[in-house]
Ligand binder design. Structure first.
Ligand SMILES: Nc1nc2c(c(=O)[nH]1)N[C@H]1C(S)=C(S)[C@@H](COP(=O)(O)O)O[C@H]1N2
Ligand SMILES: [Mo]
Length: 259
């Protein structure tokens, strides 16, 4: 498992355009953490130089990939998800809570009735594949503003309905297998950060995260949480699951996956 993660990490670093010579050797040493933190910070610094508010490139319709690969969970089997899917997601609601003035929730019909953003972007997965697709959804900023952010708010957590199975972590503790992700407020309020319900103008299918999933276009694929259930505003994520801010982060990926 560790080896697998490290291979993917190599790709993350390649994907961010950084060249870290002897990276594999650094990664496999016990002092890997500072080296990786360096890479992560370099990537964030680089984005700061260009501007973290800058838009990811958008494409024309003729550039859309004929097939958009589905990856990770593609058919969740949790009781909650199976129930929602069997009901055609009629009783599904997206909850927005945590450090907000007023917790709110939205049905799929309510989301679809809100002002939408449409964007044709390229998805980059650390496993080494990319695909261009047209996404439609509600800007996350709209939902966060509806709830009202409290001053201590620093991060937004995306809780998902799928479970990839827990694993034994350090000290024999089980790491929960529920998929989750997090971003800071710059990415949360980025204009291309949307709760997407359509892919290529069709309702999102189950493999791609029905009924709604995140698109966070300045970040790598694993940040784009599918099967969304809850958006939680927090001041810190260190007490949650493995403490590193995401399912894959808890298994060794970098938290900051900017592209
Ligand atoms: N809930 C959930 N979200 C997820 C994943 C997952 O397994 N579960 N996989 C991630 C990864 S690694 C990628 S590349 C994208 C894949 O999205 P796609 O299936 O629409 O291509 O979803 C991301 N979001
Ligand atoms: Mo991915």
């Amino acid at each position: 498992m560790a080896k697998f993660n490290m291979t993917r990490r190599g790709l993350i670093i390649a994907g961010t355009g950084l060249t870290l010579a002897g990276c594999d050797r650094i990664v496999n040493s016990p002092s890997a953490r500072p080296a990786l933190t360096f890479g992560e910070h370099a990537s964030m610094g680089w984005q700061r130089l260009i501007g973290r508010d800058a838009l990811a490139k958008e494409f024309s319709r003729d550039m859309i990939s004929p097939v958009f690969k589905a990856n990770g969970s593609i058919n969740p089997q949790t009781p909650d998800y199976l129930r929602h899917a069997s009901e055609g997601f009629r009783n599904w609601r997206l909850v927005v809570d945590g450090l907000v003035n007023k917790p709110v929730s939205f049905s799929l019909a309510e989301l679809r009735a809100m002002p939408a953003r449409n964007q044709i972007t390229r998805h980059d997965c650390v496993e080494g594949w990319s695909a261009i697709g047209e996404w439609t959804g509600v800007p996350l900023a709209t939902l966060l503003n509806a709830a009202g952010m409290q001053p201590e708010a620093r991060y937004v957590i995306f809780h998902c309905l799928d479970n990839l199975g827990g694993e034994e972590g350090k000290g024999g503790q089980m790491t929960p297998g529920q998929y989750y992700e997090s971003v800071d407020l710059v990415d949360a309020f980025h204009p291309q950060t949307i709760v997407a319900y359509n892919l290529n103008r069709q309702p999102l299918g189950i493999p791609h995260g029905a009924p709604a999933r995140m698109r966070i276009e300045r970040q790598l694929g694993y940040k784009h949480a599918k099967y969304l259930a809850r958006v939680e505003v927090v001041s810190s994520f260190t007490g949650m699951a493995g403490g590193r801010g995401g399912y894959w982060e808890d298994r060794g990926y970098e938290w900051y996956a900017g592209i």
